[in-house]
Design a protein around this ligand. Structure first.
Ligand code: NI
Ligand code: MN
Length: 212
């Protein structure tokens, strides 16, 4: 599948965009107008995740998937939405999207993560959003995760050591680290995470696209 990383926690997986923090993100040298997608998922309301989600959704006539309180705000601006809450699951196009918990803060609703199952490709992703390590990750480990996108930056989320413990609980076939770029005040080397991780780790450069 085609995966592109924009820095922070922003990914485009085929037609599904997650946490599109594009304008204002110094790691990311593209403009929101350069992105096309059919689905925009937002894990929580912090500006480095909500980012340009409303604008991108509107321009692409994409559907915005987020917790109820964020979806409500999006609808006020004329965005098509699929409101959800933790534990809920919906189906859009080739995707089965489940909202799961994240241990963090948020000013609209609760912080979340997503389990994203692409039925056509037979692939399951877990995007953790911003989170600390939590015991419920062992339940996510029962979801047969192929690729886990995990924050490793520390300070606002898990750092490298807790992310390594998270990998033990989630048991993904592969990990993509995120939320470590310098503008957060974090400046973490993803190579250190890769060296210590028991599972294969795929590190993306900013704006890089890979077929995985
Ligand atoms: Ni956050
Ligand atoms: Mn964040």
């Amino acid at each position: 599948m085609r995966i592109r990383y924009f820095g922070r926690s922003a990914f485009l997986i085929e037609d599904l965009l997650i946490d599109p923090y594009i304008s204002g993100n110094r790691s990311c040298e593209i403009a929101p107008e350069d992105i096309s997608c059919r689905i925009v998922c937002v894990t929580h309301s912090h500006p480095d995740h909500l980012g340009d989600a409303f604008e991108i959704a509107k321009r692409n006539d994409a559907v915005l998937v987020a917790i109820f309180e964020i979806a409500e705000k999006a609808e006020e601006t004329g965005v098509r939405t699929e409101p959800m809450n933790i534990g809920g699951e919906i189906s859009i196009g080739d995707w089965q999207i489940k909202m799961v918990e994240a241990v963090h803060s948020a000013d609209m609703g609760s912080p979340t993560g997503f389990i994203l199952k692409n039925r056509k490709a037979g692939r399951t992703f877990y995007h953790a959003g911003d989170t600390g390590l939590f015991a419920g990750m062992s339940l996510i480990g029962g979801e047969d995760i192929d690729i886990a996108m995990l924050p490793i930056g520390g300070r606002y989320t898990m750092g490298i050591d807790d992310a390594l413990r998270a990998v033990h609980l989630i048991k993904p076939k592969m990990v993509i680290p995120m939320h470590y770029d310098a503008p957060t005040g974090l400046n973490i080397d993803p190579q250190e995470f890769k060296r210590k991780c028991m599972k294969p780790v795929e590190i993306f450069r900013f704006n890089e696209e890979k077929e995985i």
